[in-house]
Design a protein around this ligand. Structure first.
Ligand code: GAR
Length: 210
């Protein structure tokens, strides 16, 4: 840790599984100076085909692929490999940006108050195990809520149960499909609050280093 401690900015890893539009929002926010207390130094994907990997390459950010499959399906072995690549890069903060795998208590306690996640609903609605991606919007439309949104929260051992950092509401419109709603929630909420929350946490971790 000695080397990283000297690094003034919080060293951030972004964990992804898919398209990576939230990763893109973080990259853009870093370029725009919205994220100024931390630096994205690593992107890790658990899906070798994730388009997010191309976004990382486009921004010149090193990336790693760690899959559960290559670890014989074992979560323990997967997390060991993941931890090794995070440690090698001196990671101090982790952003889950569309990362579709639940992390163990062991992993989370190692990075206590240093992992944040973006979820596409207003927690505590439509969250927890089984609620991810499009399913969240299907559930919101199925229930008939008139307002949904996104939440950025710290990650603890309860899926989507950690302390809330930021939330933003988004109106549901007549005729919305899950796809249309997903896009609106991303544009109006996720891509705005994730970079802001990332900066808030990176700034507080940076202060702790002094
Ligand atoms: C985003 O909507 C994110 O909130 C959601 O998956 C999508 C990933 O999109 N995450 C979850 O549902 C986690 N429970 P992206 O890869 O384009 O950022």
């Amino acid at each position: 840790m000695a080397k990283e401690k000297k690094d003034k900015l919080t060293r951030i890893a972004v964990l992804v599984s898919g398209g990576g539009t939230n990763l893109q929002a973080l990259i853009d926010a870093q370029k725009a100076g919205i994220i100024k207390s931390g630096r994205i130094v690593l992107v890790v994907s658990n899906n070798p085909n994730a388009y997010a990997l191309e976004r990382a390459a486009g921004a010149g950010i090193p990336s790693a692929i760690v899959t559960r499959k290559e670890c014989g399906g074992s979560r323990e072995a997967f997390e060991e490999k993941l931890t090794a690549s995070l440690e090698e890069a001196g990671i101090e903060m982790i952003v889950l940006a569309g990362f579709m795998s639940i992390l163990s208590e062991r992993f989370i306690s190692r990075y206590r108050d240093r992992i944040i996640n973006v979820h596409p609903s207003l927690i505590p609605s439509f969250c927890g195990e089984g609620f991810y991606g499009l399913r969240v919007h299907e559930a919101a439309l199925g229930y008939g809520v008139k307002v949904t949104g996104a939440t950025v929260h710290f990650v603890n051992e309860i899926p989507d149960g950690g302390r809330i950092i930021l939330q933003k509401a988004v109106a549901i419109r007549k005729g919305d499909t899950p796809e249309v709603l997903q896009r609106r929630v991303m544009e109006q909420a996720e891509w705005k609050i994730l970079p802001r929350a990332c900066e808030m946490v990176a700034a507080s971790l940076k202060k702790q280093k002094r």
